[in-house]
Design a protein around this ligand. Structure first.
Ligand code: NAP
Length: 246
């Protein structure tokens, strides 16, 4: 089958590698934001398509028989475009996403709708680990009354003031490292998107253990689509679909 995967996640890489091993013709599409992304096997498309119409044109010109949206749960524009373009073409589409994290009884989470609201929730003097990526960090940079630690894969493209520290790291993260970091820097708040998944979940347990508050940015709403929550489930779905059109 000719399969187009919208990527930018570890799951997208694992899915593409598995589908290539099964003999499918796979193209993974990346937005092109990360300078040195991890790349899956198969073909790579880099950069946007120019909205829904451009995407629909790309899908039909290349004869893709299946589209998989395996983007991050916060890539709402791309996910919406994928649904609309596939609806236009009447093309089959699957969304591979992660189940949202849920707070446990011992957790101290505050739910907020966006990054600005997260920054607004911080009290003066807070020591904050910010794990929302390197873009859209301005609201934290403006909190000169807090000590901010931005953790990202690549350095933000702006000059940062002295109260903002950058830690360059790539998931997965281990609980022992998260705990050591939070204790060393006396972290009082963790700011995170509700991305879900195992690779970055240790910070939530560490926050619980050190008594830090979690400011949880809730997911954007996405248009309805067939959804699966693991690479294995995606492979099963695609296998069934492939058999049904053979
Ligand atoms: P977004 O706001 O949903 O998308 C904005 C535009 O960027 C899209 O309309 C599309 O441009 C282009 N684009 C986005 N993802 C693309 C992809 N995989 N392939 C080709 N074009 C893409 O996206 P975002 O939140 O900036 O995320 C960009 C990428 O980073 C995604 O691949 C996502 O999986 C990954 N990522 C995002 C986050 C996050 O927190 N948002 C975290 C980790 C990884 P056109 O309209 O021109 O087609």
């Amino acid at each position: 089958m000719r399969i187009l995967i919208f990527g930018g996640t570890g799951e997208a890489i694992d899915l593409a590698d598995a589908l290539v091993r099964q003999g499918h013709q796979v193209t993974t599409s990346l937005a092109g934001r990360t300078r040195k992304p991890r790349l899956p096997n198969g073909h790579i498309h880099t950069g946007g398509f120019g909205g829904v119409d451009g995407l629909a044109d790309y899908i039909s010109r290349n004869g893709f028989e299946m589209v998989v949206d395996a983007t991050h749960p916060f890539a709402a524009q791309m996910s919406a475009n994928a649904v609309k373009a596939c609806a236009q073409l009447n093309a089959p589409m699957l969304r591979l996403t992660r189940e949202a994290w849920q707070a446990g009884a011992a957790d101290n989470w505050h739910h907020v709708p966006n990054i600005q609201a997260a920054a607004d929730r911080l009290g003066a003097g807070s020591h904050v680990l910010v794990t929302v990526g390197r873009q859209h960090i301005e609201p934290f940079v403006l909190r000169t009354d807090c000590t901010i630690f931005i953790r990202a894969i690549e350095h933000p493209e702006v000059i940062l003031p002295a109260h903002v520290n950058v830690i360059l790291e790539r998931p997965p993260f281990r609980l022992s490292d998260e705990l050591a970091f939070m204790r060393t820097h006396e972290i009082t708040h963790l700011v995170t998107k509700n991305a879900g998944g195992d690779q970055t979940a240790a910070k939530l347990e560490a926050a619980r253990m050190v008594g830090a508050s979690v400011i949880m940015i809730e997911r954007p709403a996405l248009p309805e689509a067939v959804e699966v929550y693991s690479v294995e489930a995606a492979l099963q779905y695609l296998g069934d679909h492939s058999a049904s059109i053979a």
